[in-house]
Design a protein around this ligand. Structure first.
Ligand code: HXC
Length: 256
């Protein structure tokens, strides 16, 4: 009944849903453990090409579970080192689309920013309000939000805890697209299906190349991209994609 993570597969798209409605999907240790296991499972599942990560209409997630941390000492937090596991989300190779409605705050916003695209409902609200409870972002917010929207806007949000509506998040570059409240999940699934219709191996390598922008300078980044591009010529999908174009038909990608 109280399963914090629900999941299903439709065609080549896996839909993973955060499910702690009573606490606005606060990210408990148990929820995060299960989420990471489910994401890694879908990353290994050859039938799954794209993952959609959703919350409810009311909340994607209102942050880490404050009840889990309120009484912890520095040493408790340091020894538990729960946040180190979030690296495993970064290591998922398949594209992940966050479907965000309602509150997307603190660790929730950081979780959305671990994803590759964010489809937001017009009712979504984003923020890093940790400053209001005497802490600061700890799961990548200072780094990923700053990369997404720039130092001067990220600094304001992180130092004041202000929430921004979907339209402002879109304008700032945090969000891929904003859609009507009733549409956010369907739209995220539609986007996932579009990506799932492409070559899955090309999609994974393209994701890897885009993410490398945070790690590499321009010249090594271009070199890395070029090598990944050349490597795709070892795949069936490249032969099929280019042949289909020349034969004026739809390609049938197989991910090999
Ligand atoms: C635990 C939470 C929670 C959270 C909400 N709830 N957020 N429980 N951890 N992060 C619980 C409330 O206690 C309440 O439970 C129920 O969910 C509904 O919340 P309300 O506050 O009654 O709803 P509302 O008045 O609509 O306000 C919504 C809200 C507010 C503005 C989102 O809940 C809020 O400010 N939440 C905390 C946001 C936050 O500070 N996030 C950052 C957390 S720290 P009851 O039992 O009373 O019904 C963080 C660190 C990240 O994320 C580091 C790495 C992960």
């Amino acid at each position: 009944m109280n399963e914090p993570i629900l999941s299903e597969v439709k065609g080549h798209v896996a839909i993973v849903t955060l499910n702690r409605p009573d606490v606005l999907n606060a990210l408990s240790v148990e929820l995060m453990d299960k989420l990471i296991a489910v994401l890694e499972g879908f990353d290994r599942d050859a039938n799954v090409r794209v993952i959609v990560l959703a919350g409810s209409e009311k909340a994607f997630a209102a942050g880490a579970d404050i009840g889990d941390m309120a009484e912890a000492s520095f040493l408790d937090m340091y020894e538990r080192n729960n946040l180190a596991r979030w690296t495993r989300i970064k290591q998922v190779r398949k594209p992940i689309i966050a479907a965000v409605s309602g509150f997307c705050l603190g660790g929730g916003c950081e979780l959305a920013m671990h994803c590759d695209m964010i489809v937001a409902s017009e009712s979504a609200q984003f923020g890093q309000p940790e400053i209001n409870i005497g802490v600061m972002p700890g799961a990548g917010g200072t780094q990923r939000l700053t990369r997404a929207i720039g130092k001067f806007r990220a600094m304001e949000l992180i130092l004041t805890g202000r929430f921004i509506p979907a339209a402002e998040a879109y304008e700032a570059g945090l969000v891929t697209k904003v859609v009507a409240k009733e549409q956010f999940l369907a739209e995220a699934i539609r986007l996932a299906e579009t990506i799932a219709s492409k070559s899955p191996v090309a999609a994974r390598l393209a994701k890897e190349a885009v993410l490398a922008v945070d790690e590499l300078g321009l010249t090594p980044g271009l070199d890395y991209e070029r090598k990944l591009f050349y490597s795709l010529f070892a795949t069936f999908d490249q032969k099929e994609g280019m042949k289909a174009f020349l034969e004026k038909r739809k390609p049938r990608f197989e991910g090999k």
